[in-house]
Design a protein around this ligand. Structure first.
Ligand code: ADP
Length: 798
């Protein structure tokens, strides 16, 4: 049976490959088949003869041989097989058997076998006849003997075997079970020896189905006819094929050829009785299998080889038939596998790999399971490791994050610190710079700067002070006291001043004091300021002194004072002189005036015309001189004949003044008005003179309209500001200063009479009262003269 052989070989190969695989993979044993363990305890080779009735290539015979070999070769390597084919399928006459007898007698004369296995009837019959002669005493195990009867072995010792009995009943039963609607079964067999035996058996069985199924027997018939019949069968028919090797015409067909020719034409399912027909067109059935027969007899032979007595081994009556099917035919006729009896063998199964390679598959599955388990364990380990790694990574990441954050924090703090450091450095540099600047300033100012502790001991001195003390550098001064640096007459005083400042906490400011320059021992004047020096808690820890040499200033002030006094003196003298001069000049001038006037009156027209003119000039000149001298006298009297300042009601003074000016006011048609005026500390005569000068000028320098003069006074701070406003000709701003100078006039006498002394007197009066005088004016727009009188004491009121 080639399929079985292929499958077996494949299984062996796979086993070896798998074993190698397992070994290489695990390094320990997996699946070592028991057949690989050494069987031969006995080193003597066992000789076995297989005597086949038929030829090699006849499938039945080949299947039996394969079945025998599968057991003997696999079970024991110490068995030597001798296979003989009688070829009686092809030749089976008496003569041939006789010749075979002769040949074997000769052939095996020197050979002895431990056991003989015979297949099929001819070999069995030959051995029954000739064994004692050719193989005396050798046990025989037979198979393939159709329908064996116990009587067949009568008189034959040392024979045992397996009965071959096709189970037609079971075959028909299973066919009808799978095709319950079957009405007709066409049985095909031939008229050979075996065919006749089959016919006999069939007839016994058919009787049981008389009522249900119609059996048609195709026996003595040509192949063509068989083909025609099976072709025309109705679907309620089945074919039961047993054997059809020789037809009516005597034509011989090989087993595969016969069934193939029939199956090719047949439209209904064909059931068989021998497995050698399976795969050539039959659906299957309860089949007699050469391979299983071979296996069965080989197992008996093995028992004999292992020492069992053949007499103790009975003939196996039950033929090792099996339910066997062809998947392609099952599929063709719509029969599912589940309908088949349990344990059925199905060939051509598409998914039969598992069933064929069950061990391999399970081995692989076991390996895979083992591997899976290992993989699982490893995966678990990997998973756990990964988890641990992840945890570690997480922890690491967190740690890194924290490190990064901490680093950032540190960087920030560092930056801040750096910034602070930089700022501090900058501040220190700035401080240092300032200190240097301060030190430079302190060292280079001409003033004396020093710091003393509470014991009047010098802690700091600048260059100027060190020089003043006669030292070359400030360091020479540091640590010394005033007693070591100043003369005896000065030191105690300075010490006392220091202690006063330190004790009281009150500064001594700008004290002018005499001192002695220790460089040249010259007397100098210093202006000294001493300020208490406090620590951060406010405690006095010494003093800071600043002194300035004001010797030159003191000397200049003294000189100025002296000059002012001299000036005042000379001024006084001058005023006195002016007064005396003008006063004393009045008398002779009056003489000149009165006599020239007398001359004019008495001799007018009596002398020549020039004389009249000359006399007129003389009179005019004398008059003018008188006016000038009067004015000068008046001017000098402001200083010399002054009264003390008393509270003076300005309204009363104004009233008197207007009385004096009444004539001029009337002549010019002037209007003089006034706001209420205050009472001020003044010399009322001089104040009247001031009012008169200003009002008379306001009337005199009248413009195109009749004069209007207005007086008023306003309090401003500590003084009264008086104003005299007119609508006269006004003054060019260029001359507003000049007009207050004595004898300064802006007009000719012919235009406006006057001496040019009125405003000079007014200025002098105002200044004598401690005030100022000025004018604001524009030509043609009138003028306003302002003067101030200081408000003094309680006597000043409005
Ligand atoms: P006099 O009036 O005698 O000329 P003053 O000293 O009084 O002398 O005045 C000086 C000059 O100031 C005047 O000559 C005049 O030119 C000018 N002046 C004074 N008062 C006025 C005024 N109210 N309007 C215009 N000019 C004035």
């Amino acid at each position: 049976m080639p399929e079985k052989q292929t499958r077996k070989e494949l299984e062996q190969r796979v086993k070896r490959a798998f074993r190698a695989f397992c070994f290489s993979l695990f390094g320990f044993f997996i699946l070592i088949p028991p057949g690989y363990l050494s069987y031969a305890q006995d080193n003597t080779k066992k000789e076995v003869l297989i005597l086949n009735s038929y030829h090699r290539g006849y499938r039945w015979t080949d299947d039996i041989t394969e079945g025998i070999e599968s057991v003997l070769r696999a079970e024991s390597e110490d068995v030597s097989l001798y296979i003989e084919y009688m070829d009686t399928k092809r030749v089976s006459d008496e003569r041939y058997f006789h010749q075979l007898h002769e040949i074997y007698k000769h052939k095996f004369r020197d050979l002895s076998f431990d056991v003989i296995i015979s297949s099929d009837d001819n070999a069995f019959n030959f051995l029954r006849k000739h064994r004692d002669e050719i193989f005396p005493g050798t046990p025989v195990v037979f198979c393939g003997v159709n329908f064996f009867k116990g009587s067949d072995l009568e008189g034959h010792d040392l024979f045992t075997g397996v009965n071959e009995e096709a189970d037609f009943k079971a075959g028909i039963e299973i066919a009808l079970r799978l095709h319950p609607d079957t009405k007709r079964i066409v049985v095909i067999d031939d008229r050979t020896t075996t065919g006749m035996k089959i016919h006999e058996k069939l007839m016994e069985i058919i009787a049981d189905y008389q009522d249900s199924v119609n059996f048609v027997l195709l026996e003595d018939i040509e192949m063509e006819r068989v083909q025609q019949i099976v072709k025309g069968l109705t679907p309620d028919s089945l074919v039961f094929y047993t054997s059809f090797y020789r037809d009516k015409s005597g034509k011989f067909f090989e087993y595969d050829e016969s069934i193939s020719l029939i199956a090719k034409r047949c439209s209904v399912p064909i059931y068989g009785a021998w497995d050698m027909h399976l795969g050539y067109g039959i659906v299957g059935g309860m089949l007699t299998s050469g391979y299983f027969h071979g296996e069965a007899v080989a197992k008996i032979a093995l028992r004999i080889l292992q020492g069992e007595n053949v007499r103790d081994i009975p003939v196996i009556k039950e033929s090792p038939n099996r339910y066997m099917f062809d998947y392609s035919q099952l599929d063709r006729f719509g029969i599912s596998l589940s309908e088949l009896p349990k344990g059925s063998i199905v060939i051509n199964k598409p998914s039969s790999f598992y069933s064929e390679q069950k061990r391999l598959v399970w081995g692989v599955i076991a390996s895979i399971a083992g591997l899976t388990f290992i993989i699982f364990i490893l995966s678990l380990n990997i998973f756990k490791r990964k988890q641990a790694e992840e945890r570690l990574k997480e922890a690491h990441d967190k740690l890194e994050e924290r490190v990064v954050e901490r680093t950032k924090d540190l960087n920030r703090t560092n930056e801040q610190l750096n910034l602070q450091l930089k700022e501090r450095k900058r501040a220190e540099e700035a401080l240092e710079k300032e200190r240097n600047l301060l030190r430079t300033v302190i060292d280079n100012v001409p003033d004396y700067i020093y710091i003393k502790d509470t014991e009047s001991r010098y802690l700091v001195s600048n260059n100027a002070f060190a020089r003043f003390l006669g030292a070359t550098t400030p360091e020479e001064v540091i640590g010394k006291t005033v007693f070591e640096l100043f003369p005896k007459e000065l030191a105690p005083k300075y010490y006392a001043d220091d202690q006063e400042v330190i004790g009281s906490g009150q500064p001594l400011v700008n004290r002018e004091e005499r001192s002695v320059d220790q460089t040249n021992k010259s007397v100098v004047w210093n202006q000294t300021t001493k300020v208490p020096l406090r620590d951060s808690s406010g405690n006095i820890v010494g003093l800071v002194g600043i002194a300035r040499d004001i010797t030159k200033q003191v000397q200049a002030e003294k000189a100025l004072r002296e000059r002012t006094m001299a000036l005042e003196r000379s001024n006084k003298e001058l005023e006195q002189f002016a007064y005396v001069a003008s006063h004393d000049l009045q008398e002779p001038l009056r003489m000149v005036t009165s006599y020239t006037q007398l001359l004019a009156r008495r001799y007018k027209g009596k002398l020549d015309s020039n004389a009249d003119e000359f006399i007129a000039y003389a009179v005019d000149g004398a008059t003018r001189m008188q006016e000038v001298i009067n004015a000068l006298l008046a001017y000098s009297r402001v200083g010399t004949r002054a009264k003390d300042l008393e509270p003076t009601d300005c309204n009363a003074v104004l009233e008197r003044t207007l009385d004096n000016l009444q004539k001029a006011i009337e002549e010019r048609g002037a209007r003089v008005t006034s706001d209420p005026l205050p009472t001020v500390m003044a010399d009322d005569i001089q104040l009247g003179q001031l009012f008169q000068n200003l009002i008379s000028n306001a009337i005199k320098f009248q413009g195109e309209e009749s004069p209007h003069v207005r007086l008023s006074a306003e309090k401003s701070g500590n003084e009264w500001v008086f104003s005299v406003l007119d609508n006269g000709i006004g003054i060019d701003p260029e001359f507003t200063e000049r007009i207050f100078i004595i004898f300064q006039r802006l007009h000719k006498r012919r235009e406006y009479p006057g001496t040019g002394i009125g405003l000079a007197i007014s200025k002098k009066i105002v200044e004598r009262h401690g005030g100022r005088i000025w004018v604001e004016s524009k030509p043609e727009k009138g003028s306003t003269f302002y003067f101030t009188i200081p408000i003094r004491g309680e006597n000043s009121h409005e």
